[in-house]
Design a protein around this ligand. Structure first.
Ligand SMILES: Nc1ncnc2c1ncn2[C@@H]1O[C@H](COP(=O)(O)OP(=O)(O)OP(=O)(O)O)[C@@H](O)[C@H]1O
Ligand SMILES: [Mg+2]
Length: 324
């Protein structure tokens, strides 16, 4: 059973546009789709599509369109009312695949609501339909009003329940988490190259390009430095270059097949879901990595924020190599 926490969810609107976006001009959009979104929601959607148990914990009123959307797709959830509408994030996809995101900050959440959310995550982790969670995934940005170290505190609470915790976030909450290592070390992190840089305190801007040239050393060294600071599993996704996994059992990198990219929105979230699904099946680290990349790449080949089904993820097409 996988619990996800989306502290700052959104309704993800994806719009196509036939011409390049004209800054300062009038832009006429083509088709516009709207789906329940936010990183933890995306992870729960993938887990649910794979037929595994999941609960998405998130702030939202019962009558919010986001909750209606979750009901429609049948994703189990626990929502904490906040008396304000959930934000919409707009992604504009140009015909050549160029993607522009316009994200709202999200509603401000007060201390009482934050405590209610934390309690809801802990309650879901402790027991949902009689099962303790195998993993809790803390995903995405924090809402305005939340302390940057909110995820660190949750890691500590969840570890008291003996539940494994994954974190996928960026910027201030990620830096706060880095400052709290090793005390607040989650069991798994899923940074992209930039986020790995933020966590490890190095410049990650060339990790992807270096990996594309077959030079995995710099990203491996940064990931290992996180193992040394208490994070047992470090899954670094590197866009089209695939991903790297470092655990105490070893290090591997995985390369996806060449695909036509439709939309990378939700690709990283799908990678995390693929990894967690493989972990539920108790697969070996190299196979968990392979599944992560298969899921990420399947998501990148699907339009909008569409989440892959197990049939769409093809681990057999992903090459995994052990690093010395
Ligand atoms: N151009 C691409 N070709 C093939 N696969 C891709 C491409 N871009 C992304 N992917 C797949 O998606 C995975 C995650 O991508 P990326 O590292 O960009 O995640 P991210 O930055 O965390 O994304 P998100 O916006 O969802 O947070 C990659 O490991 C890979 O499997
Ligand atoms: Mg990401």
């Amino acid at each position: 059973m996988i619990v996800t926490f989306t502290a700052n969810p959104s309704i993800d609107r994806t719009a196509s546009i036939a011409t390049p976006v004209a800054r300062g001009g009038v832009n006429r959009l083509g088709t516009v789709t709207s789906e329940p979104g936010g990183k933890g929601v995306n992870v729960s959607r993938a887990i649910h599509l794979a037929g595994q148990e999941t609960v998405a914990v998130l702030p939202a009123d019962d009558h919010d369109p986001l909750i209606a959307g979750l009901r429609e797709i049948g994703v189990p959830h626990r929502n904490v009312p906040v008396g304000q509408p959930i934000r919409s994030n707009l992604t504009i996809v140009e015909s050549d695949g160029t993607t522009t995101k316009l994200n709202e900050p999200g509603p401000r959440i007060d201390d009482e609501e934050l405590v209610a959310l934390r309690n809801s995550v802990v309650a879901a982790a402790r027991s949902t339909r009689g099962h303790r969670a195998d993993w809790v995934a803390l995903c995405g940005s924090l809402p305005p009003g939340a302390a940057p170290n909110s995820y660190g505190h949750l890691v500590e609470l969840l570890h008291q329940l003996n539940v494994r915790v994954a974190v996928d976030t960026s910027d201030a909450p990620l830096k706060a988490l880095a400052e709290g290592l090793p005390r607040w070390a989650p069991d798994l992190v899923k940074p992209n190259s930039e986020e790995l840089g933020q966590l490890a305190g190095v410049d990650g801007s060339s990790f992807e390009e270096q990996a594309a040239q077959g030079n995995w050393e710099p990203v491996l060294a940064a990931a290992r430095s996180l193992n040394d600071r208490g994070i047992r599993e470090v899954l670094v996704t590197l866009g089209g270059s695939g991903a790297l996994l470092v655990t105490e059992e070893g290090a591997w990198h995985a390369t996806p097949p060449a695909i036509t990219v439709a939309s990378t929105v939700g690709a990283g979230d799908s990678s995390l879901a693929g990894y967690l699904l493989a972990s539920l099946e108790r697969l070996a680290p190299d196979e968990r990595l392979q599944r992560a990349v298969a899921y990420g790449t399947a998501a990148a080949s699907l339009p909008g924020s569409q989440i892959p089904t197990p049939d769409q993820a093809q681990p057999g097409q992903v090459t995994v190599t052990r690093l010395a």
